[in-house]
Design a protein around this ligand. Structure first.
Ligand code: AMP
Length: 126
């Protein structure tokens, strides 16, 4: 079955400039902006500019330049926040909620970067 992308999702509207956002970084292939309901002192979402619903969709269909551009943007955001290990930062958690079981609310690929405090174990019941 083919991937199904809804062009009316909130992040598509942000990319089209129809909804404002608190931009952290914009590159040719990616946009990073602060989450509207932060769950950590630093909570940034990073999205590719292309129409991909999930990481697996992106991995299957994005071009090499888009993939490199997106991954580099994730690294650049971590560096901008000062949480990357290359700068001896305190680290972060990167989350990509996906689909029904992953409880993905917005169907445009995004990774969350959560940082700025100790985040505990990955899942609360483990
Ligand atoms: P999820 O799809 O469950 O991984 O999470 C979607 C995230 O998008 C949530 O953390 C929301 O707080 C965030 N969000 C929803 N609308 C906006 C918006 N307009 N600007 C910034 N973040 C948003």
């Amino acid at each position: 079955m083919a991937y199904n992308y809804d062009p009316e999702n909130i992040f598509a509207k942000i990319l089209r400039g129809e909804i404002p956002n608190d931009t952290v970084l914009e590159t040719e292939h990616a946009l990073a902006f602060r989450d509207i309901a932060p769950q950590a002192p630093n909570h940034v979402l990073i999205i590719p500019k292309g129409a991909y619903v999930s990481f697996d969709h992106f991995a299957a269909e994005a071009g090499a330049d888009e993939i490199v551009g997106y991954i580099r943007a994730v690294g650049a955001v971590c560096k901008m926040l000062g949480v990357d290990l290359g700068s001896d930062g305190d680290g972060y958690r990167m989350i990509a909620n996906t689909g029904k079981n992953g409880v993905q609310d917005v169907p445009h690929l995004h990774v969350h970067i959560l940082a700025g405090k100790f985040l505990g174990r990955m899942l609360p019941n483990i």
